[in-house]
Write a protein that binds this ligand. Structure first.
Ligand SMILES: Cc1cc2nc3c(=O)[nH]c(=O)nc-3n(C[C@H](O)[C@H](O)[C@H](O)COP(=O)(O)O)c2cc1C
Length: 408
C-alpha cells in the first residue's frame, strides 16, 4: 500500500518538447499503484502519439472533445468526475494562459475546468517564455485559484543553452507530488506528527583512519523512517554512516560518533512527538583519539586500548522527556526478555523493541527481523520473522495503539 494505491490520476499533457517525459512520470505513478488516464492537447500529439500513452496506461486516451464513442458519457465530464488528482505535465505557456483565464476549447482544457480534484501543474518552456510577465501573471493566477505549481529546473534547454524553464526529472516530479499528498492526507495515522528516528552503528575513532563500531546496517531504522513517512509523519532521520540511501522525503542528518548523535538528537527532541532510537550506539569510545595513525610497535607485545563509556542517549533523554513517546531498541544475544525488561524500566521507555540478534534471520544486516515489543501497561507482543519494513509497520502501529499519538 502507498499513498498512490488506487488513486485516480488524470495526466494532461500539452505540446512542449518535454512531452515525452510525461511517459516516465506516468510509469512511476502506476508503479506506485496509481490508476492513470491521459488527456492530450492537439499540439501534444505533434510530439508524441496517443497510442504510446494508451499502451502504457491500457486506457483510452482523450484527444477529441467530440469523439462521442460512448453515447452515455461526455468524454470530459466522465474523465473529470473520475479524477482524484489532476497533473498537468508538461504545462506549456499556452495551456497555462488558458487555464488562468478559464478557456475550455479542447478536451484537455475542458476536463481541467470540469474537475473539482486538486490540480498540480508542472510548467516547462524556454526560459524567456517562462520569465515573460504574461506567464508570471498567469502562474500567479493558477496559485490564487488553488492550484499547486512546481518551479521548473534550471538546466540545459532544448534550445541548447542553460536557463530556468526545464522540466524537472520525472522522479523529482513524483517525489514532489508524493510530498504534497502526504502533507495533506489528514486520514493518515501519523499525520501532523514529528517522528525522530536514529539508525546505523556509530563509529568511535581510534585514530584518523580506524574506528570501533558494530555490525548494524541501519536497515531497520531506515525502514522505520520510510514507514513513518508513509503513515503521514514529518520524519527526521539521524543516521550514522551506512551504505543505504535515505528514504524519499525525510529530513536526513548524518553523524559519525555517539557524541554527535547525542547532540543532534537533543537538538531535535523538544519538537519531537515520537522518538525511535533504532541506532546501535557504541557504549564505549576510546579515551583519546590519536592525532596520527597509530603505528605498529614491534617492541611492545600487543596493544591495549583504553575505553570510556559514552553518554547513554536514551537514558539522558528520559530525564528531558515531557510528552514524547519514546521507543527504544534492544539487541541482545542472551536472556532477551530479562535484559529488555530491565532496559524498559531503567530508561523509562514507552515501548521497547527487543531482538535476539544471535538467531538466524534476526537483527543486524539482514533483510528480515523478529521482535518482541514490551511496555509497562501492555502484554508483550512477539512478531514472526518478517521483512524489516513489515516489522517497522507493526512497531509503529503498536506504538499508535498504545497511545503514541495521544500525548499532548
Ligand atoms: C519544437 C517545439 C517545441 C516547443 N516546446 C515548447 C515548450 O517546451 N513549452 C512551451 O510552452 N511551448 C513549446 N512550444 C510551443 C507550443 O507547442 C505552442 O505554444 C502550442 O500552441 C502549445 O499548444 P498546447 O498548449 O495546446 O499544447 C514548442 C513548439 C515547438 C514547435
Amino acid at each position: 500500500m502507498s499513498i498512490w494505491t488506487d488513486r485516480h490520476v488524470t495526466v494532461v499533457v500539452s505540446g512542449g518538447i518535454a512531452s515525452y517525459k510525461a511517459l516516465t512520470v506516468i510509469r512511476l505513478l502506476m508503479h506506485q499503484g496509481a490508476q492513470v488516464r491521459v488527456a492530450l492537447t492537439a499540439h501534444a500529439t505533434e510530439f508524441i502519439t496517443p497510442l504510446t500513452f494508451q499502451t502504457l496506461t491500457q486506457q483510452p486516451v482523450a484527444t477529441d472533445e467530440f469523439a462521442m464513442t460512448d453515447p452515455e458519457h461526455v468524454v470530459h465530464v466522465a474523465l473529470a468526475d473520475w479524477t482524484d488528482l489532476m497533473l498537468v505535465v508538461p504545462a506549456t505557456a499556452n495551456l497555462i494562459a488558458k487555464m488562468a483565464t478559464g478557456i475550455a476549447d479542447d478536451v484537455a482544457t475542458t476536463t481541467i475546468l470540469a474537475t473539482t480534484a486538486p490540480k498540480y501543474v508542472v510548467p516547462a518552456m524556454n526560459s524567456h517564455m517562462f520569465a515573460n510577465p504574461a506567464t508570471t501573471r498567469n502562474l500567479k493566477q493558477l496559485v490564487a485559484d488553488g492550484m499547486t505549481v512546481l518551479d521548473p529546473a534550471t538546466g540545459l534547454l532544448a534550445e541548447g543553452y542553460v536557463g530556468h524553464g526545464r522540466l524537472p526529472e520525472p522522479p523529482e516530479i513524483v517525489a514532489w507530488l508524493t510530498s504534497q499528498l502526504l502533507a495533506t492526507a489528514t486520514e493518515l495515522p501519523l499525520h501532523g506528527k514529528k517522528v525522530l528516528v536514529t539508525a546505523g552503528g556509530t563509529r568511535e575513532m581510534l585514530d584518523p583512519v580506524r574506528y570501533i563500531s558494530n555490525r548494524s546496517s541501519g536497515k531497520m531504522g531506515y525502514a522505520l523512517a520510510q514507514v513513518a513517512r508513509e503513515m503521514g509523519a514529518n520524519v527526521t532521520l539521524i543516521s550514522a554512516q551506512t551504505a543505504l540511501t535515505p528514504p524519499e522525503g525525510v529530513h536526513y542528518v548524518q553523524v559519525t560518533s555517539a557524541a554527535e548523535m547525542l547532540t543532534q538528537v537533543e537538538q531535535a527532541f523538544d519538537a519531537t512527538d515520537i522518538l525511535v532510537m533504532a541506532a546501535a550506539v557504541s557504549d564505549y569510545r576510546p579515551v583519546e583519539m590519536a592525532a596520527q595513525k597509530i603505528k605498529k610497535q614491534p617492541e611492545i607485545n600487543g596493544l591495549t586500548l583504553e575505553l570510556t563509556e559514552t553518554t547513554d542517549i536514551l537514558k539522558k533523554l528520559a530525564g528531558q522527556k515531557h510528552n514524547q513517546f519514546v521507543i527504544g531498541f534492544a539487541a541482545e544475544t542472551q536472556q532477551l526478555l530479562a535484559n529488555a525488561t530491565r532496559k524498559l524500566t531503567a530508561k523509562k521507555l514507552d515501548l521497547l523493541v527487543a531482538n535476539d540478534v544471535s538467531k538466524p534471520g534476526v537483527g543486524f544486516n539482514g533483510e528480515t527481523n523478529q521482535v518482541t515489543m514490551l511496555s509497562q501497561n501492555f502484554a508483550p507482543i512477539t512478531t514472526g520473522v518478517l521483512a524489516k519494513k513489515a516489522i517497522a509497520r507493526t512497531v509503529l502501529e503498536t506504538a499508535i495503539a498504545q497511545g503514541a499519538t495521544q500525548k499532548v
